[in-house]
Design a binder for this molecule. Structure first.
Ligand code: PBG
Length: 337
């Protein structure tokens, strides 16, 4: 530790006296180009539909011009990366709409690519919870404990989904199901099919969190029995943090992710310092988004200030990339600062 002089008295307030001095010395910057905007494409609709549990957001029909306009407007604000989630017209045991050639995400990507080329970074969430009739991220089987999620059968399904998303034109695949070995499985499936240029942003350290509530409502993806604690991580167990992240590095992930962000800023900081070789993303999830909105709606805080404070805390903790529902509004606020 550096030893601070005791005399003359330290006066840190000198660097706070004016806005210009404060901005001169500032060292944490949040930029629109750091953001990833989650986008929900729903193949059951023909016109955009507001999402009740995520105020300010809409479901988009995969082939619509409105979807393309959203992407273009975001890019005009400097937001160039998008995380696509699909809502299928049919849920079944095999999650078939997740890998169908004409599935919601696949069609959305083709539509966006046709109209905007390769400029937007299209990242696809890879999971089956929103596509399956059981709502789990893996394949349920009968086992000696009753019902279990079969890790390795799930990997086979993930490979198929990854290849179909790559084939449609995804830049980066983001597996969110927390199956062991998912990155290695997807990497080899992509490579075997000629998609060695498609990256993997792994949900590496993903907790069994109560902050996903609004999202599960959006996707109608709550597990129909049990919960996700046999695959998502225990918030009160720390030894898996580095293990999960290092496994993903070893298996070939290009970007690591921590999710949620705010209750896990310590985890972001740890990975930022212990794995300097890989970009780190943080997912500022649906419950965190609504928490801020509700605080402002109750008149207990200024929305714009709350949003920018939250986003800079995530950046300060060490995230390079922030996946956030605030992406567009925050980009507008940043223009005026
Ligand atoms: C799971 C998945 C989840 C989110 C995205 N993909 C969590 C879950 O349902 O367990 C949550 C995102 C959010 O809350 O914004 N495949």
């Amino acid at each position: 530790m550096i030893k601070l002089p005791r005399f003359p008295v330290m006066r840190p307030r000198r660097l706070r006296v004016s806005p210009a001095i404060r901005s001169l010395v500032r060292d944490v910057y949040v930029l629109p180009s750091d953001f990833v905007l989650p986008v929900f494409v729903d193949e059951r609709i023909t016109t955009p539909k507001p999402i009740k549990s995520l105020p300010g957001h809409q479901y988009y029909p995969p082939r619509s011009s409105e979807l393309v306009t959203l992407i273009q407007e975001a890019m005009d604000l400097g937001v160039k990366a998008f995380l696509l989630f699909g809502v299928p017209n049919r849920k079944d045991m095999e999650a078939t709409r997740a890998y169908a050639r004409d599935g919601p995400v696949q069609e959305a990507i083709r539509n966006i690519r046709k109209e905007t080329g390769w400029e937007p970074v299209l990242i696809t969430d890879l999971c089956i919870c929103g596509y399956s009739s059981h709502g789990h991220c893996g394949v349920p089987v009968d086992c000696r404990r009753g019902k279990c999620i079969d890790n390795d059968r799930t990997l086979e399904l993930y490979k198929r989904i990854a290849v179909s998303q790559a084939e449609a034109g995804a830049d980066i695949i983001a597996p969110s199901g927390m199956m062991d070995g998912q990155v290695a499985a997807i990497r080899s499936a992509l490579d075997d099919n000629g998609y060695s240029d498609v990256g993997i942003m792994s949900y590496s350290v993903k907790y069994a969190s109560s902050f996903y509530g609004p999202f599960r409502d959006v996707m109608d993806s709550s597990p129909r029995w049990g919960d996700r604690s046999t695959y998502q991580m225990d918030p009160s167990y720390t030894r898996d943090i580095l293990k999960e992240a290092l496994m993903d590095v070893e298996e070939g992930a290009d970007i690591l992710m921590v999710k949620p962000a705010l209750p896990y800023l310590d985890v972001i900081y740890r990975l930022h310092t212990s794995i300097p070789t890989h970009p780190l993303a943080a997912y500022n999830v649906s419950g965190e988004y609504n928490m801020i909105r509700l605080l402002a709606e109750e008149g207990l805080g200024l929305y714009e200030d709350l949003v920018l404070e939250v986003l800079s805390s995530i950046k300060r903790a060490g995230a390079d990339v922030i996946i956030t529902y605030h992406a567009l509004e925050a980009s507008k606020y940043l223009e005026n600062r």
